[in-house]
Ligand binder design. Sequence first.
Ligand SMILES: Cc1ncc(C[n+]2csc(CCOP(=O)(O)OP(=O)(O)O)c2C)c(N)n1
Length: 322
Amino acid sequence: MVTKRENPTELVPLLRTMWLIRAFEEKVSALYAMREIRGLLHLGIGQEAVAVGTCSLLRTDDYVFGGHRSHGHAIAKGADINRLMAEIAGRATGYCAGKGGSMHIVALDAGFVTATGVVGGTIPLALGAAFAAKEKSKGQVAVVFFGDGAGQAGAFHESLNIASLWRLPVIFVCENNGYAEFTPLSSHTLIERLARHAQTYKIPSNTVDGNDLLEVREAMTKAVQHARTGKGPAFVECLTHRLRGHYEGDPAKYRELSELAEWKEKDPIARFTRELKHRKVVADKDIAAIESEARKLTEQAAQFALASPWPAPGEVASQVTA
Ligand SMILES: Cc1ncc(C[n+]2csc(CCOP(=O)(O)OP(=O)(O)O)c2C)c(N)n1
């Protein structure tokens, strides 16, 4: 769906960013298979439209928080992919000097404040940033990405309540991908739409097709404007799917292959590309160039990361707060 309000020349960079995220994560996956990257790795392949549809509307000084599946959120917010790749590979040139890894990305230069492996853990942190933004009165907003599994955490409900009560400029972005680890949504809650919780707390909410970039953007435009103009929090639930396992190496036996095949048909990059072609915004040669540029940049990021030194043993306690 392309709305009349969208300017075609502004749409191509969105495709570029989605491709950059996809190429980046495919490269990370390849490096993981080669054991150049270690530890637990969660990829958001298939969920790129949520990251790009949201972050493309944000300012650099807006605050973004993520979780364990947040490479795409950081890239969409403008993180440097060389430093991001180095961080995931555990190298000293990484954003956290190689001590955070895939689940603990911090890219303050881009306004990506933090991610965490604690499910739902950054939701209350985003409230803190939103509180600071309100105090500073510069129109900043805070955005937090989380999954449907995080919607069952106590901190999620407490955060919605306080955000609503204090009219904080925070946007809750729920990536409802239908599973929390290996558990389908219907086995961990009877509330099928997470946005219903927002209604309970009197927060304006929307449930959108999270694989339709422009539908995400339309809902986010309203949510961001609402928060930026001092009207308080907003909640957007994006229905989407991860096309990989919960983690790299997950045999994903809990998911029927037919379900995966259905979601592959709804791949957000392919859908957006079809839309742009239909509107004659891009031709086949432009699409090929966009993909190849994304692959070139991620290849360079991988080379940068793998050529970087490991953190020195003496640095183990530096930058660590306890
Ligand atoms: C507080 C906490 N409980 C449990 C876990 C184990 N765990 C890791 S990922 C995950 C599922 C998260 O599901 P969801 O929030 O839907 O995000 P998704 O993985 O689908 O992106 C769980 C339960 C954890 N990391 N932290």
